[in-house]
Design a protein around this ligand. Structure first.
Ligand SMILES: [Zn+2]
Length: 260
């Protein structure tokens, strides 16, 4: 693993190591520096001036939108569902970060980007809370989220989650859909955009019979952005730039979906 600060390599290299990654992340956070780990290149990039690290070569396509594209989502209503919340933390990563915080942060960044493109965004939750109530059953909670999307007559429903597995080496991105043509198209475009930008393993756009995907009236998908149970991907999910890259990728996929 090599370390780059402000575009310059530090001499020497170290074996990729959990403690080192955590230490670097904590230092960067404390100093309000941007930090990003590129797993493929085994490279930690730290930026002291701008918490958003300069994009990698593969990131270049989405950063500058033309004037025309700014209104591309005008009239579209998009429902974002940050997974878990309140009494339900979702999965918890090796360093203690919680899925419910990562999903909310990504969704809020995505909301901002979609609104810049002219969309109306409806959130199932926009703070650390349940959508139904703390006493509700899991089923009632899912049903409350579906209800938000259906009531809003949203054009798309996008549920954001982090994956987790007992083995801490499991890694990658998956997007689930319920098989109809539009959901499949949306899942494919977002999955493609995510793995390109995040450099994560492509686990594919897959069919799943999840309650929320079955009962939403509009094209709907559930994204497992990356594995919170994997130390490297936990950093991606909990860092400012990792979350922003995830949100940017999903936004790009949505823009492509509505382009044709
Ligand atoms: Zn989840």
């Amino acid at each position: 693993m090599r370390i780059m600060i402000d575009g310059r390599y530090l001499p020497g290299s170290a074996r990729v190591n959990r403690d080192l990654l955590i230490t670097l992340r904590n230092i960067a956070k404390a100093l309000q520096f941007g930090i990003r780990y590129d797993a493929q290149r085994e490279l930690v990039m730290i930026n002291s001036k701008d918490p958003s690290i300069p994009p990698l070569p593969s990131d270049n396509d989405t950063d500058e939108r033309t004037e025309d594209e700014n209104a591309r989502l005008a009239g579209k209503v998009i429902c974002l569902d940050p997974g878990h919340g309140g009494s339900d933390p979702g999965a918890i990563g090796p360093t203690g970060t919680m899925e419910k915080d990562n999903t909310l942060a990504i969704a809020l960044l995505l909301k901002e980007k979609l609104e810049k493109s002219g969309a109306t965004v409806v959130m199932t939750r926009d703070s650390d809370t349940e959508v139904a109530s703390a006493e509700a059953t899991d089923q009632e909670e899912l049903s409350a989220r579906v209800e938000v999307a259906n009531q809003a007559e949203a054009d798309l429903f996008i549920s954001i989650h982090n994956d987790a597995f007992t083995s801490n080496t499991a890694a990658g991105t998956t997007t689930f859909h319920y098989g109809n043509k539009d959901s499949l198209k949306l899942a494919n475009l977002i999955q493609q955009s995510l793995v390109e930008r995040l450099d994560t393993k492509n686990r594919g756009a897959r069919f799943a019979s999840f309650y929320m995907l079955r009962y939403t009236d509009m094209p709907s998908i559930l994204i497992e952005v990356a594995f919170i149970s994997n130390i490297v991907e936990e950093m991606l999910l909990s860092s400012v730039d990792g979350r922003d890259n995830a949100a940017e990728s999903i936004c790009t996929g949505i823009l492509k979906y509505f382009k044709v």
